[in-house]
Design a protein. Structure first.
Ligand code: AMP
Length: 495
């Protein structure tokens, strides 16, 4: 097994790694760091949780330890799709570069230009930015990119989802041709492939197994939700969520509740709070300091329930949670895998519970097709008759192939429709009628770009090309399970 000392990182970087308590490099680090130190372009196909951030920050710090930045001319550039991810990368630099004199600036929305300008004026070694904000600075004439020697694109697939690809292409055209490029994406959609073919030069390709997994340790269930009356749908659905949370008792240590719409994130968080639950929302319309506070609180175990949208939560390094609730079935089946992957990490038990209302059934079919199994139907937690309990827990995979999930779900759907769809209030509390504003009628096709600093998305998802082959083996980190995964989050934080 590779040791950090085999990687030839600078001694000061090595010291910071030791102090961080890392014992062995993760697979992406073992493979990407030597190539990056040789000055080669790297194409890393990996997602959060694999240690990918250190796989580019560590060699960058080693390389940048020599030399100095000139005013307004950063020596390296890291592009991240969201403010949170950019801030996370910046934290990584702080950790690993603490024994090296490097200056850095973080250019993200929600922070004044003036402060950022002052930093750039002094000269920065590492500039970490969201694409929109970077171009804003460039267009204001405050920034020159002609001295960039290393450029990193992190979470390129997310950039594609958020419509950032034209910005990325523009930024590539502004940095020197001779730069080194380190490019990371969780998946290789054709559009991403095109970008890498155009802008990377003979890259060293490193692919680590997807962590996206409907892990066997995650206990999954779905509540086929039917409101007693159409005009009560929104409040009864929130009531069902509370009943589902209550039913978990002390087994629920912390949870993320995912909603498809930003408006629901707010409404659900407010409603939970009103009923005495320790909950707070996170989405892109909240101001930066509030988002940071909420996330820090959740990471530190001070906040029990985080209500989140996909875009705000994805890619964030949050500790494993005991429960994930899907207030809605996500409109893209892959997001279901990402959402529930927040729990059941590193072989620990976890629970993922989804609420499926009639209009979500098509999405549920897609999820079950991707999982190649049917999710267990849960009894109504509010105490009414079970929605449908006769669905098998795990469908025979062979049968799943012969018979598409859609058909199987339809039959279970008609079964559940024939049951009384009453959701009487189980949890005591204030009258629901006092609940916040009603839910909008139809879900967004895709969560709107959130931390996007300037433009609306262009071109969407590249023809749905993020789709995953049905036969793809989902194997986490493969046979290799690095020690850091087995360590608890608290241990890692305190080390
Ligand atoms: P990332 O995939 O970059 O988001 O990293 C996931 C988590 O793993 C972060 O909390 C890192 O601090 C941690 N980490 C990264 N590399 C290692 C390593 N070699 N050993 C232990 N922990 C690591």
């Amino acid at each position: 097994m590779t040791k950090f000392s085999d990687l030839k990182l600078g001694p000061k970087v090595q010291k910071a790694i030791d102090e961080a308590g890392y014992e062995t490099p993760t697979p992406i680090q073992a493979q990407a760091i030597p190539a990056a130190l040789e000055g080669r372009d790297v194409l890393g196909i990996a997602q959060t949780g694999t240690g990918k951030t250190a796989s580019f920050t560590l060699p960058m710090i080693t390389q940048l330890a020599r030399g100095r930045a000139k005013a307004r001319m950063p020596r390296s550039l890291v592009l991240a799709p969201t403010r949170e991810l950019a801030a996370q990368v910046a934290e990584n630099f702080d950790t690993y570069a603490k024994h090296v004199k490097l200056t850095k600036a973080l250019l993200i929305g929600g922070v004044s230009f003036k402060e950022q300008d002052q930093l750039i004026d002094k000269g920065v070694d590492v500039l970490i930015a969201t694409p929109g904000r970077l171009l804003d600075h460039f267009e204001r004439g405050k920034l020159l990119l002609t001295d960039v020697k290393i450029m990193v694109v992190d979470e390129a697939d997310r950039m594609l989802d958020m419509g950032f690809i034209p910005d990325i292409e523009r930024i590539f055209s502004l940095v020197p041709f001779t730069r080194q490029t380190l490019f990371f994406s969780a998946t290789m959609a054709p559009e991403i492939e095109r970008i890498t073919n155009t802008f990377l030069s003979n890259p060293h390709r490193v692919e680590v197994a997807r962590q996206a997994t409907a892990s066997e340790t995650i206990d999954q269930g779905v509540l086929m939700f039917r409101a007693s009356r159409r005009d009560r749908q929104a409040s009864e659905k929130r009531n069902a969520l509370r009943a589902l949370i209550d039913a978990e008792g002390d087994g629920l240590t912390n949870a993320i509740v995912f909603c498809n719409r930003k408006t629901d994130v707010d409404i659900v968080a407010k409603s939970l709070k009103k009923y005495g639950y320790d909950a707070a929302p996170i989405h892109g319309d909240l101001d930066q300091s509030q988002r940071t506070r909420t996330l820090d609180g959740f990471r530190a175990g001070e906040l029990r329930i985080l209500v989140a949208s996909d875009v705000a939560a994805r890619g964030l390094d949050v500790p494993s949670v005991s429960h994930v609730f899907n207030f809605d079935v996500p409109s893209h089946a892959e997001d279901y895998i990402h959402r529930i992957g927040r729990t059941g990490r590193a072989g620990r038990a976890g629970k993922a519970i989804t609420i499926c209302q009639t209009s979500d059934e098509r999405n549920l079919d897609d999820v079950e097709r991707l999982l190649e199994k049917q999710i267990a139907r849960l009894a109504d937690p509010t105490g009414s008759a079970p929605a449908s309990t006769d669905a098998p827990e795990i469908a025979d995979p062979a049968e799943a192939e012969a018979k598409p999930a859609r058909n199987r779900s339809r039959s279970s759907r008609s079964r559940s429709r024939s049951t009384p769809a009453d959701t009487t209030v189980a949890a005591p509390g204030p009258a629901e009628s006092a609940d916040p504003a009603p839910t909008p009628p139809e879900p967004e096709a895709r969560p709107a770009p959130e931390q996007h600093d300037r433009r609306p998305p262009s071109g969407g998802r590249g023809g749905g090309s993020r789709g995953r082959g049905q036969n793809d083996q989902v194997i986490g980190m493969g046979d290799h399970l690095p020690g850091f995964i087995e360590k608890s989050f608290e241990e890692r934080m305190s080390s």
